[in-house]
Design a protein around this ligand. Structure first.
Ligand SMILES: Nc1ncnc2c1ncn2[C@@H]1O[C@H](COP(=O)(O)OP(=O)(O)OP(=O)(O)O)[C@@H](O)[C@H]1O
Ligand SMILES: [Mg+2]
Length: 324
């Protein structure tokens, strides 16, 4: 049995158009996506803002009813057998604010242990184990109010593990965290999969995070799944040696549209009016590209071959950069 089976899943949101038109327009956030997640896999949903990642996660965790298609988690249908699904999963939502700031870390977990019907005999041990796992045991009696963002996120993850879920969903688990906290979360999540045998599905718009962490990655853009493979497999979509980074000055970004090159701006420095462009360009094309840039009024500061990254894959598939 698969951990997750998604078939042609869709979601449209109504959007009210006010007076004088006064009608409802439907916005398709997820446009029929299909994928499987294996048990014991760390699966990444990668895509830019508004791609449909959160919407997909909400449907898989029974918080949002699909407009079409089906999804099963551990064999149970997320609509018809939502209760069975909920017993076996948990979620750390985007920008999670469900912790009680006026309670201590320990009291929070105790509260959620009761909500999830953790057997009384196991409660104490489970809470202690979780607080130690996320490195908050020493701070267990401190109010969450005084916690840093990283500590709150660690506690949110401990909270999500309180019912010992088989499948854990994490929506942007490192968003807004400092470097050190983000690193802790990534290592922790990897360990959950490798050592505890959990299945984890996480969303991110950090390329490097998906690349480093996930066993397989589904790239979502405008509600559609545009690629699915291991990080290595995805990177093979860009030929070795084709990834190019070009720094230009005085170049108008708008000229990229309708250009014969699939390049995207990955960095801007307005103070020096320079842009860093990235894309895959083979040996024969490269001189032509430089010529085209110069003709378009740019001063070419540098041209460099780079190791292909997921950013290059995304640019090749969409002509745009994800942007962190
Ligand atoms: N409650 C809602 N009502 C109407 N439209 C919505 C609602 N939630 C999301 N959308 C729209 O659906 C699309 C997908 O949004 P979603 O939040 O799933 O994207 P995302 O990939 O999670 O983006 P982000 O990286 O910003 O978190 C967007 O166009 C968004 O504006
Ligand atoms: Mg989101």
């Amino acid at each position: 049995m698969k951990a997750v089976e998604v078939r042609e899943l869709r979601k449209s949101y109504p959007r009210k158009i006010p007076f004088p038109l006064r009608k409802v327009e439907w916005v398709e956030a997820v446009k029929g996506i299909t994928f499987d997640v294996k048990k014991g896999e760390l699966f990444g949903l990668l895509g830019p803002n508004g791609a449909g990642k959160t919407t997909t996660i909400k449907m898989l965790t029974t918080l949002l009813e699909p407009s079409g298609g089906t999804a099963r988690v551990l064999g149970y249908d997320v609509v018809k057998e939502a209760r069975e699904v909920r017993k076996r999963i948990n979620l750390v939502a985007e920008g999670e604010r469900t912790l009680y700031w006026r309670l201590s870390a320990y009291e929070n977990l105790k509260y959620f242990a009761r909500i999830y019907y953790v057997p009384k005999a196991e409660e104490k041990e489970r809470i202690e184990e979780l607080l130690k796992l996320v490195g908050l045991w020493e701070r267990r009696n401190d109010l969450v109010m005084g916690f840093s963002r990283g500590m709150k996120q660690r506690l949110a993850i401990a909270k999500a593990l309180i019912n010992d879920p088989e499948v854990l969903f994490l929506d942007e688990p490192t968003l807004g965290l400092d470097v050190q906290s983000a690193l802790f979360v990534r290592e922790f999540v990897r360990k959950l999969v490798d050592e505890e045998g959990k299945t984890v599905i996480l969303t991110t718009h950090y390329m490097a995070e998906a690349e480093e962490l996930a066993d397989r990655i589904a790239i979502i853009d405008h509600g559609k799944l545009i690629a699915l493979d291991t990080p290595e497999g995805l990177k093979r979509l860009v030929r070795e040696g084709d990834a190019v980074e070009v720094r230009v000055r005085d170049f108008q970004q708008a000229k990229l549209e309708g250009s014969p090159y699939r390049l995207a701006v990955i960095e801007e420095d307005p103070s020096s009016n320079t842009l860093t462009l990235r894309g895959s360009v083979d040996e024969e094309e490269l001189p032509k590209l430089v010529e085209w840039l110069v003709k378009s009024g740019a001063k070419v500061l540098s041209v460099e071959r780079k190791e292909p990254t997921l950013e290059d894959v995304f640019i090749k598939l969409t002509g745009r950069a994800i942007r962190d």
